[in-house]
Write a protein that binds this ligand. Structure first.
Ligand SMILES: NC(=O)c1ccc[n+]([C@@H]2O[C@H](COP(=O)([O-])OP(=O)(O)OC[C@H]3O[C@@H](n4cnc5c(N)ncnc54)[C@H](O)[C@@H]3O)[C@@H](O)[C@H]2O)c1
Length: 258
């Protein structure tokens, strides 16, 4: 899919932030959009603002994903593009509580697995389908101060890569959006350390939507709204020890500032 015009599209977590910007941009581009969010009021408001259809509910649980995909198929006829965008940021390191680790796995990783499980059979049968996962630069690099977030975003990227490697020749496109800071509700709730790292280069959610539209046109796997992340990712791969030393230096700066 190189353009959203006429496409049947689902965006999860589209009641605010990046998901809302994506839903609005897709609708403006002629897409037919199903707007999901666990916050029903937010989903309804965004749907109303762009002529989409609200489909509130939990886009992470097995039942929730099945209900969403069922409703979307009824509304759209078929799903051409599914944006697994809903995500949560739970802070803390190895001491983060079990419920925070578990919720992070469910929303940031298993939501994508569960959606793919239900979408792929129909997509493989017709020979086309498009999945865009909102990951994060934390999935390519790391996010100091947030182990559950970093680890689950790495897993989300791993799953998206696995899908792309497995199904590209069967007409399936998979892409991963990997921004650094984006000015959304999630950033408002970020820790002081996260704000120190992200604030200077933070962008608006609409800028992420711009990058996604360009990414859909190019078909490239990584969608990088902050292009400089490509260099950081390359640096990490080329010399992991040097990269880790740089990250630890940043950690010490954060500790000194707090
Ligand atoms: N804001 C950033 O700096 C940033 C950077 C990189 C990646 N991301 C990723 O972007 C995505 C969107 O985040 P955002 O910044 O727009 O945050 P946000 O908090 O503004 O939006 C997330 C939305 O997802 C919804 N949501 C949460 N759990 C859900 C669930 N189980 N089912 C359905 N909806 C659910 C929330 O109600 C919220 O409306 C996330 O995956 C996040 O990890 C954000």
């Amino acid at each position: 899919m190189e353009s959203v015009t006429g496409a049947g599209i689902v965006v999860t977590g589209a009641g605010s932030g990046i998901g809302a910007a994506l839903a609005r941009r897709f609708a403006a581009g002629g897409g037919r959009v199903v707007v999901n969010d666990i916050d029903a009021g937010a989903a309804a408001a965004v749907a109303a603002s762009c002529g989409g259809t609200a489909a509130p509910g939990d886009a992470a649980t097995e039942d929730g994903v099945a209900a969403l995909i069922g409703v979307a198929r009824e509304v759209l006829g078929g799903i051409d593009l599914y944006c697994a965008n809903a995500g949560i940021a739970r802070g803390g390191g190895e001491q983060a509580a079990e419920p925070d680790w578990d919720a992070s796995w469910q929303v940031n990783v298993m939501a994508h697995v569960r959606a793919a499980r239900l979408l792929l059979p129909a997509w493989l049968e017709r020979g086309s389908g498009h999945l865009i996962c909102t990951v994060s630069a934390a999935g390519l690099l790391t996010m100091l101060g947030s182990a559950p977030y970093s680890v689950t975003k790495h897993a989300a990227l791993g799953f998206a890569e696995w899908l792309a490697a497995t199904y590209a020749h069967r007409g399936i496109t998979v892409q991963a959006i990997c921004p650094q800071g984006v000015r959304t509700q999630m950033m408002t709730g970020a820790s002081a350390a996260e704000k120190l790292i992200l604030s200077d280069t933070a962008i608006a959610p609409e800028a992420v939507a711009d990058a996604v539209m360009a990414g859909i046109a190019s078909g490239r796997f990584l969608i990088l709204p902050h292009p400089e992340v490509a260099g950081m990712y390359a640096g990490r791969a080329a010399d992991p020890d040097r990269w880790l030393a740089g990250m630890n230096k940043l950690q010490r700066r954060i500790e000194a500032a707090s």
